[in-house]
Design a protein around this ligand. Structure first.
Ligand code: COA
Length: 389
């Protein structure tokens, strides 16, 4: 008998600062509605130098890992394109910071915004073979395009942590999925750069083309059509992107279903609209947003489109489980977002420039205002100094 496998728990973390997108638009000489409606972003997470992918992942994972679960994690798959080391995996730093058992495999997975999906699917296959195993999958990134660039409005950052197990509380993953890879230069970041190179308009078109391709292939493999779905969840580098994706397939649905799919999309973009781009975590923040704000019932089939520039796309699906609300702490996320402090454009620019320098100097970061459990205190002897409070 095939074991049902999927997402048992989800945790999310984003730092305690944000920038208002209407204010950024005004500072950049743009109509605020371009950012609020045209791009579809209201707030953007501002990442202080005291947070990086490891600390954000630890802050997300600590929400879902009890001491007993920490002893049971068999593998950590850390999806990111914001790596802090060309050799050592961020998953190893994370496993140590969380106090996981040394009997754990810990590796990093990279393919732009697709990394966490690769982690999720590899984790699911592993658990199908080892049904007792629990795998921690992370999607954590800092989305940086640069001050005064076209991509600036699509920045952000944060981490999603998912526990993949047999008989999961939130979502069982269907076995069939459709994936597609092509060598495309729409977005990339050579090792000498701290900001990505991107052709945003081209990337938007590749995203939509890949979605068309994998959606058609998925339907052919499964004989399912749009009527078999209650909601679609998209990778959201900015919320308008997913809206364009949904528009591409809506004509396949009858008017009533179009209405419910649109309502589900509105729920799925709400939290992303207030956090910004998490790169590889974005699809899973959108899932969390749908679970928090949507009107879904157990048994609903959800479709997921994952896209990582460069480029790789995947369409997969899963079934919502009866106790899905027990798999995440919605109230904690509401509090996390509500308690963030708004920074001005000038403050954001200072924080943006204050990121840990790309050299070997010893640095002590100003940790006085840091409220997160895990944070970065600086660098000594070329080693990042992680702390817990
Ligand atoms: N009110 C409402 N909408 C407005 C507006 C206004 N006053 N002014 C402009 N808009 C709309 C435009 O019509 C456009 O909508 P559309 O895409 O539906 O046609 C949208 O706002 C964006 O305007 P545009 O002129 O295309 O913006 P831009 O040249 O500044 O670029 C991106 C936008 C998204 C391409 C750019 O931010 C970017 O490159 N981001 C990075 C993308 C990325 O991360 N890609 C890789 C991962 S998939």
């Amino acid at each position: 008998m095939t074991v049902s496998v999927g997402i048992d728990k989800i945790g999310f973390y984003t730092p305690s600062l944000y920038l208002d997108m209407a204010e950024l638009a005004t500072a950049r000489g743009e109509d605020p509605n371009k950012y609020l409606i045209g791009i579809g972003q209201s707030k953007q997470a501002v990442i202080p130098p005291t947070q990086d992918i490891v600390t954000m992942a630890a802050n997300a994972a600590s929400q879902i890992l009890t001491p007993a679960l920490k002893a049971e994690v068999a593998m950590v798959l850390f999806g990111t394109e914001s790596g802090i080391d060309n050799s050592k995996a961020s998953a190893v730093y994370l496993a140590h910071l969380l106090g996981l058992s040394p009997k754990t495999r810990a590796i990093e997975v990279k393919q732009a915004c697709y990394g966490a999906t690769a982690g999720l699917q590899l984790a699911a296959d592993y658990v199908r073979v080892h049904p007792q195993a629990k795998v921690l999958v992370i999607g954590a990134d800092v989305a940086r395009y640069g001050l005064r660039t076209a991509g600036e409005v699509t920045q952000g950052g944060g981490a999603v942590a998912m526990l993949v197990t047999a008989d999961p509380q939130i979502l069982t993953l269907d076995m069939v999925s459709s994936y597609h890879t092509e060598d495309v230069m729409d977005f990339w970041r050579p090792t000498y750069r701290t900001e990505a190179l991107v052709d945003g308009k081209y990337s938007t078109n590749v995203y939509l083309d890949f979605f068309k391709t994998v959606w058609a292939d998925y339907q052919q493999q499964t004989n399912r059509t749009i009527v078999d779905f209650d909601a679609f969840v998209f990778h959201l580098p900015f919320t308008k992107m997913g809206r364009k994706g949904l528009r591409q397939i809506l004509p396949e649905a009858q008017p009533d279903q179009q209405k419910s799919l649109k309502a589900a999309f509105e729920a799925s973009q709400e939290d992303n609209r207030n956090v910004g781009n998490l790169y590889t975590g974005s699809l899973y923040l959108s899932l969390l947003s749908l679970l928090r704000h949507g009107q879904l019932t157990a048994g609903a089939r959800l479709g997921f489109f994952s896209y990582g520039s460069g480029a790789e796309g995947e369409f997969f699906s899963g079934i919502l489980q009866p106790n899905y609300q027990r798999g995440f702490d919605g109230a904690a996320l509401t509090t996390l977002l509500a308690q963030r402090k708004r920074v001005s454009v000038a403050e954001y620019e200072d924080i943006y420039r204050a990121q840990l320098s790309n050299d070997s100097r010893d640095v002590q970061l100003p940790v006085g205002e840091e409220v997160a459990q895990y944070y970065l205190a600086g660098r000594q002897n070329q080693q990042r100094q992680y702390r817990e409070q």
